[in-house]
Design a protein around this ligand. Structure first.
Ligand code: THU
Length: 134
């Protein structure tokens, strides 16, 4: 799948964002090495801290269905009714990526009209991962 189509999948995922508190809606489309796409949105909570980001929703859906290796993710977001030019993954989501992704995992950020393509190793250099525990 081309990157523009993957960003469009992230836009679709964003439709289900549950954001009664921040009104900031995020969507993610994660590609497993099997070729399957997992969609994720942010899911907020009245107690705030249980909120789950769109990226982690996509990863946890995938891992819970048996997929553990990934090639790319597209992320889109913005306040209700608009798409921001670029929404980068938070630190917690980057750490979840470090668990399952190599440095060459691709992260596509932006909008279907204008997006940029990043390598995970550029977004989280010197990461702590299971390799450190060997
Ligand atoms: N959010 C994400 O879903 N992904 C990110 O990478 C950044 C933040 C969500 C969490 C919360 O529901 C809202 O955006 C505002 O922080």
């Amino acid at each position: 799948m081309d990157y523009k189509s993957l960003v469009e999948e992230a836009v679709k995922a964003r439709e289900f964002a549950y954001t009664p508190y921040s009104h900031f809606r995020v969507g993610a489309a994660l590609v497993g090495k099997s070729g399957k796409i997992y969609h994720g949105c942010n899911v907020e909570n009245a107690a705030y801290t249980p909120t789950n980001c769109a990226e982690r929703t996509a990863f946890f859906k995938a891992v819970s269905e048996g997929e553990r290796e990934f090639s790319a993710i597209a992320i889109v977001g913005g306040k209700e009714g608009e798409l921001s030019p670029l929404v980068a993954p938070c630190g917690v989501c980057r750490q979840v990526m470090a668990e399952f992704c190599d440095g060459d995992f691709i992260i596509v950020l932006g909008t279907p009209e204008k997006y940029s393509v990043h390598k995970f190793s550029d977004l989280l250099p010197y990461s702590f991962s299971k390799k450190n525990l060997d």
